[in-house]
Design a binder for this molecule. Structure first.
Ligand code: GLN
Length: 494
């Protein structure tokens, strides 16, 4: 048998059901892998081996009674943005460094309901703000992939869900939860050679997920295969009366959709995603993706999404505006860090000065500025208007196509020290991903090839609101055609 940590989630589920491996054995294999590699990769902020073993014992008992559910005995990493009852939840910020939530997020609760085992809390950019995982107050995450020409160089795993993606790529979990406000599921998935889907806004509850930008935030899974993502999303998704933006829609069988194929589907190729100066390898991979889908019977359609060029500036107004409002609650009074002061105002100021990192402070400043009297109409209202136009571009495209194919990121993983002193260069990472958040549509990143340096590159599939099934069908077809079987240099058992 393959080593337990090399199993896919679907493969592990089969092995557990056939009792070829017990949930405790599987969990122990992952705990050992985390112990061996996490000191180097820093993919987890908090590890919970005792909790995981208790959950695994309960899973074995349930399996023994024939009461296995969708994820019974499956070891997962939980992004440290999801509140977990009794387990510290930091959002990778000093300001929540001591916060132990008394309640469970709906998404992580759904996974527990379905029998999952929690190995620990995955590292991320502070409050999910970033594209490299470098803004975490608990230190950066190392991408387990290495450049062929510079194997000693430390590369970023992408962000903000960099710990989730690195943990899955290095075989330190079978899958992980993540969140995506402007690309934080899809970009780290692409950088780490795994799959990840941001579902339609409203598909997964935001209850108990530390808020960044509430009109853009969506939870979703990352895993090694498209089917594994489909299985995880099936558990994570669902209506939740505790989130007023949660959609009261049935949760379809996403995993079944992976086998549908693409025959007769119309796939849009948006001309605005052909950027000047885009690396030739990314362009070539995109073209390869088109050829794969055509060979499987899809029809390619040239489309235009004319407001694409305004998406990044729009995102970087809307997201900080909402963030500045959401982060007002960290005042040192009710929970989290408190720095004592001479009076209440001084306590607020000292707490926030000591608790937030530079990128978070930058977003609060930008957000406060664009919401302030005199600038509100010029920036915030204008950005909301452009957001409507971006959404309308997609609404019009869906009249002609069933899904859209684009590159996932404009580059492969970069070095840990690159772009760190240039926030705008960092923001450009999100050029292909933010549109889906602004429009609320689902987007899936699929590992599709390697660049000349041996680093993974991803393709992105976008779909109609609440049509994740077509997105999974297209993504699984790309995955089959790509036959991506490369593995990162740093991984359990290597
Ligand atoms: N990189 C983007 C940002 O820094 C997106 C982050 C996210 O999706 N959480 O805002």
């Amino acid at each position: 048998m393959t080593s337990a940590t090399d199993l896919t989630l679907a493969g592990a589920r089969g092995a557990l059901a056939r009792r070829e491996i017990s949930a405790v054995e599987l969990t122990q294999a992952f705990i050992g892998a985390v112990e061996a590699l996490n000191p180097r990769l820093n993919a987890y902020i908090t590890v919970t081996p005792d909790l995981a073993l208790r959950q695994a014992e309960a899973a074995d008992a349930a399996l023994g009674r024939g009461e296995g559910r969708a994820l019974t005995g499956i070891p997962l990493a939980i992004k440290d943005l999801f509140c977990t009852a009794g387990t510290r939840t930091t959002a990778a910020s000093r300001i929540l460094g001591n916060f132990v939530p008394p309640y469970e997020s709906t998404v992580s609760g759904n996974l527990l309901r379905d029998g999952a085992v929690f190995l620990g809390k995955a590292n991320l950019d502070e409050f999910a703000m970033g594209s490299s995982n470098a803004t975490s107050a608990f230190g950066g995450v190392e991408n387990p992939w290495k450049r062929r020409d510079a194997p000693e160089a430390v590369l970023v795993p992408g962000g903000s869900s960099g710990g989730s993606a690195a943990a899955v790529a290095a075989r330190l979990a079978l899958g992980a939860t993540a969140t995506d406000t402007g690309g934080s599921i899809r970009q780290p998935a692409a950088f780490c050679g795994i799959a990840g889907i941001k579902p339609t806004y409203g598909r997964c509850s935001r209850f108990g997920v530390v808020a960044f930008a509430s009109s853009l935030d969506q939870a979703g899974p990352v895993a090694r295969t498209v089917e594994d993502c489909a299985i995880l999303l099936g558990s994570m998704a669902g209506f939740d009366p505790k989130d007023s933006t949660s959609a009261d829609m049935p949760v379809p069988d996403f995993a079944a959709a992976c086998a549908r194929g693409v025959k007769g589907l119309r796939i849009g190729i948006p001309r605005e995603y052909r950027l000047d100066g885009m690396p030739a390898e990314i362009e070539a991979l995109w073209r390869q993706g088109m050829d794969w889908l055509k060979a499987e019977g899809a029809e390619l359609v040239d489309i235009s999404l004319p407001h694409t060029r305004y998406a990044l500036p729009t995102y970087y107004i809307v997201a900080p505006a909402e963030a500045s409002s959401n982060l007002a609650r960290y005042d040192g009074v009710r929970f989290g860090l408190r720095e004592d002061g001479e009076d209440l105002r001084d306590l607020y100021e000292r707490t926030r000065a000591a608790g937030f990192g530079d990128e978070v402070k930058r977003r609060i400043l930008i957000g406060t500025y664009v919401l302030s009297a005199g600038y509100y109409d010029a920036y915030y209202v204008k950005a909301q208007q452009v957001r409507t136009l971006i959404k309308r571009d997609f609404d019009q495209a869906w009249e002609r196509v069933d899904a859209i194919l684009t590159p996932a990121t404009p580059s492969a993983a970069f070095g840990r020290d690159d772009k760190q002193d240039d926030p705008v260069a960092m923001y450009l990472n999100d050029v292909f991903t933010v549109t889906a958040n602004l429009a609320g549509i689902p987007g899936l990143s699929v590992p599709a090839g390697l660049d000349a340096k041996g680093l993974p590159l991803g393709l992105q599939v976008l779909g109609r609101p609440f049509d994740e099934e077509t997105v999974f069908a297209v993504g699984a077809a790309l995955e089959r055609a790509a036959g991506f079987d490369a593995v990162p240099a740093v991984r359990a058992g290597a």
